[in-house]
Design a protein around this ligand. Structure first.
Ligand SMILES: CC(C)(COP(=O)(O)OP(=O)(O)OC[C@H]1O[C@@H](n2cnc3c(N)ncnc32)[C@H](O)[C@@H]1OP(=O)(O)O)[C@@H](O)C(=O)NCCC(=O)NCCS
Length: 145
């Protein structure tokens, strides 16, 4: 079945929250930043998402998620690439993220682990930053060329 990546519509919010809940990813801040979310659709069903929180020239990449039944078909890769292209188009120079289980996935796009304290101060207002970082959570950065 064909899948397409596009900007999220307000009506997609509940479907994205359900995907995040199922993947045990944070829901805080999603509604506020939903204008910067992308979704993957199969027919009309939302099967994946990726979001950005924009903070000046820095951004947080968050909520990269693919429905369990749709994993392993490069949707995560397409969503991440589309979110990074969007960040570039908006003049973002530094992208950060937190992850518990997907650090090796994000390394593919050039993200490198960094200490949480080394993140751009602009990002530190994010709820994700304030609530992040249990022992198994990695913070990562990508400087866009
Ligand atoms: C991480 C996630 C988005 C990947 O989506 P996906 O559509 O299954 O991934 P893709 O098919 O695009 O994978 C591309 C490549 O990355 C690899 N990969 C996928 N998930 C990975 C992970 N968690 N760790 C390391 N590598 C991973 C794949 O094996 C594939 O490798 P290949 O090129 O050798 O075949 C998905 O597994 C998911 O929703 N996980 C739960 C939520 C999560 O942890 N999100 C990240 C926090 S923001």
């Amino acid at each position: 079945m064909e899948t397409a990546i596009s900007e999220a519509r307000p009506a997609d919010l509940q479907a994205v929250l359900a995907l995040l809940r199922d993947a045990d990813l944070p829901l805080e801040g999603v509604t506020e930043h939903f204008g910067q979310f992308l979704v993957a659709r199969a027919n009309e069903r939302v099967v994946g998402a990726a979001g950005l929180e924009l903070y000046g020239e820095a951004a947080l990449l968050r909520s990269v998620v693919v429905h369990a039944e749709w994993r392993g078909r490069r949707l995560g890769e397409r969503l991440t690439e589309a979110a990074l292209a969007r960040a570039r188009a908006k003049g973002i120079r530094e992208v950060y993220l937190f992850t518990k289980t997907a650090a090796d996935f994000f390394r593919r796009f050039g993200f490198q682990p960094i200490p949480r304290e080394a993140m751009n101060p602009a990002v530190k207002v994010s709820v994700q930053f304030q609530t992040c970082c249990t022992a198994n959570e990695v913070s990562m950065a990508l400087i866009l060329g």
